[in-house]
Design a protein around this ligand. Structure first.
Ligand SMILES: [Ca+2]
Ligand SMILES: [Ca+2]
Length: 95
């Protein structure tokens, strides 16, 4: 499998790894999102343990306001983060 396809599969795997905590395996509850943020984004979040951080991110991601993050909403976060990382990486390349 190509590296890009592996990365895509990883994104899917990670999402479903964290959705399993409650009865709904298709979406992330706030608690599941908190766990994902703490474990996967610790290096880039200033205050991963801060309850406000989870609330703010939940508000941004939860487009349909059902208080859960579905796969499409999760992808939006990955998309935004990839854009942000691209800026950092391309800045490093241009040095
Ligand atoms: Ca769930
Ligand atoms: Ca939602």
């Amino acid at each position: 499998m190509s590296q890009l396809l592996k990365s895509i599969v990883t994104v899917i795997d990670i999402f479903y790894h964290y959705t399993q905590g409650d009865g709904d395996c298709e979406t992330l509850s706030k608690g599941e999102l908190k766990e994902l943020l703490e474990k996967e984004f610790r290096p880039i979040l200033k205050h991963p343990n801060d309850p406000d951080t989870v609330d703010v991110i939940m508000q941004i991601l939860d487009r349909d306001h059902d208080r859960r993050v579905d796969f499409t909403e999760f992808l939006l976060m990955v998309f935004k983060l990839t854009q942000a990382c691209n800026k950092v990486v391309s800045k490093d390349f241009l040095k």
